[in-house]
Design a protein around this ligand. Structure first.
Ligand SMILES: C=C1C[C@]23C[C@@]1(O)CC[C@H]2[C@@]12CC[C@H](O)[C@@](C)(C(=O)O1)[C@H]2[C@@H]3C(=O)O
Ligand SMILES: O=C(O)CCC(=O)C(=O)O
Ligand SMILES: [Fe+2]
Length: 360
């Protein structure tokens, strides 16, 4: 057993190895879409089909809105651990969390706030008022970006422009979340070619996710050919990813992208804010009839967002959550979900589970 002592509010977490991604390929692999350009709908649909992820520019959100949230959030995370819990409640799953993600044993080198933001009220009573205000302003702005992207996706798919947006934005009983993740600099070093896991590989269960980060790198996405590439940070852009629900709504034409975060090795923290656009619990998640070709069968059995969310929250982060809902082998990925050690070139890495058990 190796004792790891780390400074600051994050004391000890199991060391998990997060293989380094292929930096050389990043820029070319990540589509960039100017949301205000005439061809934006086709470009968004292309990006969702090919990668399931893109960088969005010309989104119309003033820099000050995100900057204000960033500074308020950093001030919050600098508070003593007990104050953060007292102000937000311990994550179950909403609230303040540190090192644990979800309730099924996942850990990462991070602390976070996970909030429900439907109808634009941040439902945590005792957050510092300036943070609450910054969160509400940011949420209103990022929701608009999400809504615009959903309109563009609908247009790109050739379905009614309002169809997807109305499942998420302003939807009665809708399920929108905002997550603020803080990854402090990590003093630990994983052996071989690996970093320390900030947030383990996973797909997002919702329809879409819209992410904004500060200048500190760490996010990686998995391309369709299996390669992991780092996402160069760009605080002026938003990064959009396809969630599991959109994969189903398009009958697999768009694929929810696997992504993960490696903890920062330098002196700077990573701060990311993600808006998750989910729908109402009663909403049926099934391929949109307008996208289906004649005679095309659904790849998934019928379910509602409520059913999927309940099932998803019983899974581990890296599990293939859509697996139990798939009807045909064609739609499936390896049943075990996360690769044991997908791309560690040193060849010395072990499956995460064993690492957790072994290294403390
Ligand atoms: C391990 C888990 C954390 C998560 C719920 C889950 O059981 C599986 C999905 C995870 C995820 C990933 C995307 C979002 O960050 C999140 C809020 C979500 O909706 O699904 C998290 C969940 C969480 O942190 O509670
Ligand atoms: O923090 C990040 O950059 C990504 C986090 C993430 O994927 C998530 O919270 O679901
Ligand atoms: Fe995610």
């Amino acid at each position: 057993m190796v004792a790891i002592t780390a400074p600051s509010s994050i004391e000890q977490i199991p060391l998990m190895r997060c293989p380094k991604a292929n930096a050389g390929q990043a820029a070319a692999a990540i589509p960039c879409v100017d949301l205000s350009a005439p061809g934006a709908a086709a470009a968004v649909a292309d990006a969702c089909r090919s990668v399931g992820f893109f960088r969005a520019t010309n989104h119309g959100v003033p820099a000050g809105v995100a900057d204000a949230l960033e500074s308020r959030a950093m001030a919050f995370f600098a508070l003593p651990a007990q104050d953060k819990v007292d102000m937000s409640g311990a994550a179950r799953p909403l609230g303040y969390g540190s090192k644990t993600i979800g309730s099924n044993g996942d850990v990462g080198w991070l602390e976070y706030l996970l909030l429900s933001v439907s109808s634009n009220s941040v439902k945590v009573s005792s957050l510092p008022p300036p943070l609450r205000t910054a969160l509400e302003e940011y949420t209103a702005a990022v929701r608009e970006v999400g809504g615009r992207v959903l309109e563009l996706i609908a247009e790109g798919l050739g379905v009614d422009r309002a169809l997807l947006r109305s499942m998420v934005v302003g939807r009665e009983g809708g399920d929108e979340l905002v997550r603020v993740n803080h990854y402090p600099p990590c003093p630990l070093r994983a052996p071989g070619d690996c970093g320390v896991t900030g947030f383990g590989e996973h797909t997002d269960p919702q329809i879409i996710s819209v992410l904004r980060s500060n200048c500190t790198a760490g996010l990686q996405i998995k391309l369709r050919d299996g390669r992991w590439v780092p996402v160069p940070p760009d605080p002026e852009s938003f990064f959009v990813n396809v969630g599991d629900s959109l994969q189903v709504l398009t009958n697999g034409r768009f694929r929810s992208v696997k992504h993960r975060v490696v903890a920062p090795e330098g002196a700077q923290s990573r701060l990311s804010v993600i808006y998750f656009g989910g729908t109402a619990a009663s909403q049926r998640i099934a391929p949109l009839p307008q996208v289906m070709r004649d005679g095309e069968q659904s790849l998934y059995r019928e379910f509602t967002w409520g059913e999927y969310k309940r099932a998803a929250y019983k899974t581990r982060l890296g599990d293939h959550r859509l697996g139990p809902f798939e009807l045909r082998a064609a739609a499936s990925e390896p049943a075990q979900g996360a690769d044991p050690q997908p791309h560690c070139s040193s060849g010395t890495c072990m499956p995460q589970q064993q690492q957790v058990a072994q290294v403390y």
